[in-house]
Design a protein around this ligand. Structure first.
Ligand code: ASP
Ligand code: MG
Length: 412
């Protein structure tokens, strides 16, 4: 007998938030089972469960043992996977829950941020051969080489889903969430934002790392590497969703596919740094060692051997950055006159693979912002992205103006 075709379906926390929603999810799975698919259903914890568990762990002590953090925090998914298996059984679908260690999903020992190294397929396949139609897998979970429970980091169930889709060569990986796809901009800011039918892995990667919360960045990287077709869709309706796929599959490449924004940015300027070879290393070395996530960097021209260096980092790392720089100065490895931090800034970006072959995108972007009298405080670019730093009060205005400028309101 030929093996049945397989689908991976991932359900986020809001999709399994209560038993009623689980019944909706179960009927979506039943639909695919009746079409002849075996299903690997990867679930997150019920909405809010993970935050609650993390809160409990943090209340025990400031310096908790990461192995016990994983022992506690992974239980959210244990619960939701068992409940969804029961819900499926109740409507007559042969379903069984699988914890990370039962599959097993082998990970590194980096508790709290483990990486998947291998997913064994024998156990699940043996049960599929015996008639199990749905394996309800606890997302986010794995087991270390030492045999302890591990977790993959916040949003990790997306990565679990892509890893299962890869290991089991599943036809598609459907990510069910509370939005019905990937939009040209956040619809809360731009009411006439459009849902994209398709978006390339690379664009999605930029959008995910720019804070579009639809998919965990790591899951997009993994999907791109393994060519897993990802479909982002809502568990609350039957709309087709957005396909994240290879750019070859996208005929008409938009110059700009989407506008993204992040608010948790801060800008730090280091004033009057002595300008000499090795100075960038002397500044950014200590920042890297302290774990500061530096994004944009600007160095102004120097006057009398002195220059100003400006960079951006997450707002919650400002103190960390300042103390790393001050202790570098105290050690004598870098000299500067002052530090100024600006935390009321945000980053607005335009993303599109068509940028590679179109010129004038940057000037169009700057023109649109100038028309709105929005001052640009820093700029950074990649092959398919241009980001600007602006005052936070202009965030929505900037996003709307750019959405309009690049013609994203109209269908193409
Ligand atoms: N439950 C985990 C979290 O909230 C993992 C996930 O939902 O993807 O981060
Ligand atoms: Mg999520």
């Amino acid at each position: 007998m030929l093996p049945m075709p397989l689908l991976t379906m991932k359900f986020g926390g809001t999709s399994v938030a209560d038993l009623e929603r689980m019944r909706t999810v179960a009927s979506k799975i039943k639909y695919e089972v009746e079409r002849g698919y075996n299903v690997i259903a990867v679930v997150s914890a019920m909405a809010g469960a993970t935050n609650k568990l993390i809160g409990l762990v943090e209340s025990t002590s400031n310096l908790f043992d990461a192995r016990e953090y994983d022992a506690v925090v992974s239980t959210g998914e244990s619960q939701s996977s068992g409940l969804l298996a029961l819900t499926l059984q109740d409507i007559g679908i042969p379903a069984r829950s699988w914890q990370g260690w039962q599959v097993p999903v082998i990970t590194t020992s980096a508790h709290g941020t483990a990486r998947i190294t291998q997913i064994e397929t024998e156990n699940l396949n043996a049960k599929f051969a015996e008639g199990m139609r749905v394996a309800v897998v606890a997302g986010f979970q794995g087991t270390s080489p030492e045999g302890r429970m591990t977790t993959l980091g916040r949003g990790g169930s997306d990565t679990s889903a892509v890893a299962f889709a890869t290991a089991f060569k599943s036809e598609r990986c459907d990510i069910y969430t509370d939005v019905d796809g990937v939009y040209t901009a956040d619809p809360r800011i731009v009411p006439n934002a459009r849902k994209l039918q398709k978006i390339s892995y690379e664009e999605m990667l930029e959008l995910a790392s720019l804070g579009a919360k639809v998919l965990q960045t790591r899951s997009v990287e993994l999907a791109m590497r393994n060519n897993v077709r990802l479909c982002v869709r809502s568990s609350f309706n039957d709309e087709p969703g957005t396909l994240v796929c290879d750019e070859e599959e996208i005929m008409e490449k938009n110059t700009v596919s989407g506008i993204a924004q992040t608010v948790d940015e801060a800008k730090i300027s280091i004033l009057s740094v002595e300008d000499r070879p090795g100075i960038a290393e002397a500044v950014f070395g200590p920042l890297a060692a302290a774990g500061v996530n530096v994004d944009m960097i600007i160095q102004t021209i120097s006057e009398r051997e002195l220059t100003d260096i400006t960079f951006t980092c997450p707002v919650n790392q400002v103190e960390l950055a300042e103390s790393a720089l001050k202790s570098a100065r105290d050690r004598g490895s870098v000299g500067f006159r002052g530090l100024v931090a600006d935390t009321d800034v945000c980053k607005v970006s335009v993303v599109g693979i068509g940028m590679r072959s179109h010129t004038g995108v940057a000037s169009k972007m700057f023109g649109a912002l100038a028309k709105q009298k929005i001052n640009i405080k820093a700029i950074s670019t990649s092959e398919i992205k241009i980001s600007v730093l602006v005052d936070q009060i202009y965030r929505d205005l900037a996003v709307k103006a750019l959405h309009d400028e690049f013609g994203l309101n109209y269908s193409n």
